[in-house]
Each structure stands twice: as structure tokens, then as C-alpha cells.
Write a protein that binds this ligand. Structure first.
Ligand SMILES: Cc1cc2nc3c(=O)[nH]c(=O)nc-3n(C[C@H](O)[C@H](O)[C@H](O)COP(=O)(O)OP(=O)(O)OC[C@H]3O[C@@H](n4cnc5c(N)ncnc54)[C@H](O)[C@@H]3O)c2cc1C
Length: 471
């Protein structure tokens, strides 16, 4: 670990305690090792089943557990720490949050309390370019703590059983059921019809080809105002760069105001999974502290650190897959946008359909489909763009130049197209129009994309896009 990373961890330890630094070290270590589940003796066809579903991991995927229980499926959730207690800050748009009300997780009034801030405007601004404005996207800041606590409460009331402090580390898949074992203070084992893997980026099956190491958290003490380096409570900063790519790595800021006087700020970069090795989070925190002043002014105090690896799948490489009777959800499945990495938005849009597919498999005593998370066509096209950003080929000012051109085109196409791309609902026709206009504005894009993807992936991508547009 570099000296800067050790010093960042030291500063974090002083501010946020030993336990948090241990979590960072754990996440970095898990990535370095790529653990696999131990193999258990598979249950035979007539084995007694303890629960219809055992779910490993009780983070955001708890939504699937709560919905399964609503559909009458018996569920046990085994979580390494405490289910429904993870600390994150999320943002999404109003419409995306509606399923939380429709499925009885929260009432409209409770939702209003969980949304801690709403912004008038959102921007994407790239170093050397101009801010590009969009509205109605990622404009509600959600207080993840109360939301997760509420999901747990609802799930519990619907009969979900919780095993807190259990680390799922062994599986045995039989013809009609799966044996799951966990270690921890109270080790145990259960047989279920389906194992739902919600272990996030730590799942052994989280094998997607892209990853977004992300660090930051809730800050206080930033100077409030309308300047670009001030906290504007009316403005969500979706993607902001304050420097050019350095040795192929483009660091990106995201910042959105929350409770009065607070702003959630993240620093992240796109990477190919194979390149994000070593203590990436520790090193990124060092950079966060060193360069925060270039993004925002003031006497920043990090009051709630949040961090993690968000997996992404380009759709140009093999999809994360698990054995029969194991259903990947959330970050383990990585079916969210490879461009925005908005796993929260994706989960709230899709958990009903995911739970429906699993419940149907349980009801018909068969394995669930190989993917229980609905796949949106737009991801097959944006995955290539994310691969370009992760490739490291566009060094120096090249990537910022391309991003400024592309987002300038989106702004000109209008708010509906801009929002549709960021919310995973852009059509193939509009996406090709977006590419055509970007090519006209920034002709180097064809050469740059070819260099970053390589000819095989570039042709595959082009063919897929053409198929979709002609269909
Ligand atoms: C810093 C950060 C900021 C983010 N901001 C946004 C945002 O603004 N908007 C947005 O849409 N998305 C955002 N995301 C993405 C979003 O948080 C994730 O997509 C989402 O949390 C994925 O849910 P999950 O349940 O799959 O995984 P998680 O929420 O990560 O939960 C996984 C759970 O599994 C547990 N676990 C791990 N291994 C085991 C094991 N072996 N046994 C038992 N339990 C285990 C973990 O303790 C954890 O509780 C952000 C992610 C990060 C890291």
C-alpha cells in the first residue's frame, strides 16, 4: 500500500473509527483474493426444505426478500453484519421511487420523509468544457439508513427470518434444492428451493468485467453558494471532472446535497475489473482528501464515510452467471447501467419483476431463469461507452473532450433524450442519432472507440446496435 493510502486510512480511522477502516481493508482484500464458496454435499431430491428461499446478503437486495414474502414465499436472509443497516446515500428520480409505495414498503408520506432533498437542476461538467444541464434525473436524495431499516421492518412483519452475523461461504446445489451454510458467531446451514445471492460485489459470482471503485460520503462545512466550487442546495452534480485523465485513469466527482448544510460527495473511476487490483479504495480515499479542494471549497468534515466497489457489465464480455437454483440479484448480477452504475435506481425499478420470477420458480418447483433481473436494451449500447472510459486508451484531455462533446449533444437533443439516456430508457433510434451527432461534433470519436474497444468488440457492438435499430 502506498504511503498516501496508509495516511488516508489513518485519517479515516481517527474520524470514523477502526471498524470502518477494517471494512475498507476487507473489501480491498476480498477483491484481491476472489473467494469461492466451499462445496457442500448437495441435498438429494427428497431432502426436507427449511425455507423456499435463502438470501445471502441483506443490503439493498432486501427489497427482493420483502417482495418475495409479500408473494407468499418463505425467506431467510443471512447477512454478514446486520441486514438492513448498510450505510449509503442514494439518489434517483421521483418516478423511479414509486414502486416502493406501490409494493407497500413505504407510504407516500413516509417516502417524503426518506427523500431528504430535491434539486431543481442537474449538471454533467467535464474539465475544459461547459456544464450540461438536465432536469428530472437523480434529483431526489434518499436517506438510505431509514429506507433500509424500513425494508427490514416490512420484511420482518411479512415473516422473513433474519440471521445477522452469518457469512455465507458454502453451497451445494442438488436437483430440487440447494444447501447453504454460513460461518460466524452462530454458524448454521439450511436447505432452500432457491439461493438468492445478494452479496453484492463480494459475491464469488460477481464476475462482471467493469468496476467502479467509489469513495466519499457525507460532508459538512463546504462553502454554500452558486459558484462552481460551492455547494448549491438546488443543484445535483451528476458527473464532474476537475482534471484530465492521468495515466489512463479519469477520476470523476459526483455531489448531491442532502440534509441542510450537508453534501454527499463521491470520487470514482471506471476500470476494467482486471485492472482494479490492490488496495484501490484505500488509495482512492488518499486522492479524495488530497484533491477535494479542487472540487469544493470550505472546511470539509467527512461526517459519514461511504465507499465500495460497484460492479458493471459491459455486455461485451460474458455475463455474471451462477449455478442452477442460485439467482443473482443486485450488484452480484450487475444488470444495472454500465454507464451510470445506478444500482439503486435499477433495483427499485426491477425488484418486483425479479421477485415474481423467483416466486414462480418456487411455485413450479423448478430452477429460476439464468437471469432474474430484467435486461434493458440500452445497456448493450452504453456498455461499450463505459468500456471506452475504463480502457485507459483516452489519456490526457481526450476523454474529457469526448465527454463534453457527447453530453453537449445530449443537451442539444433536449431534456427528454438526456434524461432517457441517464435513466436507461433511450430507444435504439435515438441512441444512434446521439452517436451520429457526437461523431459530427467530435470526429475523432470513431478512431478513439475503435482503439479502446479493439476491432472485434467494436464490430460486435456496431452489429448489435444495427440489429436493434432495424428490428
Ligand atoms: C459509495 C457508493 C455510492 C452509491 N451511490 C449510488 C447512487 O447514488 N445511486 C444509485 O442508484 N446507486 C448507487 N450505488 C450503487 C448501489 O448502492 C448498489 O448498486 C446497491 O447497494 C446494490 O445492492 P446489493 O444488495 O446488491 O449490494 P449491497 O447493498 O452492497 O449489499 C450486499 C450485502 O451483502 C453482505 N454480504 C457480503 N458478503 C456476504 C456473505 N458472504 N454472506 C452474507 N452477507 C454478505 C454485505 O455485508 C452487504 O450488506 C452506490 C454504491 C456505492 C458503493
Amino acid at each position: 500500500m502506498s504511503a498516501a493510502a496508509s495516511s488516508a486510512l489513518h485519517r479515516l480511522r481517527e474520524r470514523a473509527g477502526v471498524e470502518l477502516v477494517e471494512r475498507i481493508e476487507h473489501l480491498d482484500a476480498v477483491r484481491a483474493e476472489r473467494r469461492v464458496d466451499r462445496a457442500l454435499t448437495p441435498p438429494d431430491a427428497g431432502a426436507h426444505v427449511d425455507a423456499d428461499v435463502v438470501m445471502g446478503g441483506g443490503g439493498l437486495s432486501l427489497l427482493v426478500a420483502a417482495e418475495l414474502a409479500r408473494l407468499g414465499v418463505s425467506v431467510t436472509v443471512v447477512e454478514r453484519s446486520r441486514a438492513g443497516a448498510a450505510h449509503r446515500e442514494w439518489n434517483a428520480s421521483d418516478a423511479e421511487l414509486t414502486p416502493l409505495v406501490e409494493t407497500g414498503i413505504v407510504t407516500r408520506e413516509e417516502l417524503e420523509r426518506i427523500v431528504v432533498a430535491r434539486y431543481r437542476d442537474g449538471i454533467c461538467a467535464f474539465h475544459g468544457g461547459v456544464p450540461r444541464h438536465v432536469t428530472g434525473v437523480l434529483d431526489c436524495a434518499v436517506d438510505a439508513g431509514p429506507l433500509l431499516a424500513r425494508i427490514r421492518e416490512v420484511a420482518s412483519a411479512r415473516g422473513v427470518r433474519f440471521v445477522d452475523g452469518g457469512t455465507v461461504d458454502a453451497l451445494g446445489v442438488g436437483p430440487r434444492s440447494v444447501r447453504v451454510a454460513w460461518s460466524g458467531p452462530a454458524p448454521g446451514e439450511a436447505v432452500a428451493r432457491v439461493f438468492v445471492d445478494g452479496r453484492g460485489a463480494s459475491s464469488p459470482y460477481a464476475t462482471s468485467d467493469l468496476v467502479c471503485p467509489t469513495v466519499g460520503g457525507v460532508l459538512r462545512g463546504l462553502r454554500v453558494g452558486k459558484g462552481p466550487r460551492e455547494l448549491d442546495p438546488q443543484l445535483g452534480e451528476i458527473l464532474v471532472t476537475t482534471e484530465h485523465a492521468d495515466r489512463g485513469r479519469q477520476h470523476v466527482w459526483e455531489g448531491f446535497p442532502g440534509h441542510p448544510g450537508e453534501m454527499t460527495v463521491y470520487l470514482f473511476y471506471y476500470a476494467r475489473t482486471r485492472d482494479a487490483r490492490g488496495p484501490a479504495l484505500a488509495e482512492l480515499y488518499a486522492r479524495f482528501f488530497d484533491t477535494l479542494g479542487e472540487y469544493k471549497e470550505g472546511e470539509a468534515e467527512l461526517v459519514r464515510p461511504t465507499f465500495g466497489y460497484i460492479p458493471g457489465w459491459s455486455r461485451l464480455a460474458a455475463a455474471p452467471r451462477a449455478p442452477a437454483r442460485v439467482a443473482l440479484v443486485g450488484d452480484a448480477a450487475a444488470r444495472h447501467s454500465p454507464l451510470t452504475f445506478c444500482g439503486f435506481g435499477s433495483m427499485v425499478r426491477s425488484f418486483r419483476e425479479t421477485a415474481g420470477l423467483i416466486a414462480s420458480a418456487v411455485a413450479h418447483d423448478r430452477a429460476p431463469p439464468s437471469s432474474v433481473v430484467p435486461e434493458l436494451p440500452v445497456h448493450a449500447w452504453t456498455g461499450a461507452l463505459a468500456t471506452v472510459m475504463a480502457s485507459g486508451e483516452l489519456d490526457g484531455p481526450k476523454l474529457n473532450g469526448l465527454l463534453d462533446a457527447a453530453f453537449g449533444v445530449l443537451e442539444e437533443m433536449g431534456n427528454e433524450d438526456f434524461a432517457a439516456l441517464l435513466q436507461d430508457r433511450m430507444s435504439g433510434t435515438r441512441f444512434t442519432e446521439f452517436l451520429r451527432l457526437t461523431g459530427a461534433r467530435h470526429p475523432a470519436v470513431y478512431r478513439e472507440v475503435l482503439a479502446a474497444l479493439g476491432p472485434v468488440a467494436a464490430v460486435r457492438w456496431g452489429a448489435r446496435l444495427a440489429r436493434e435499430v432495424l428490428a
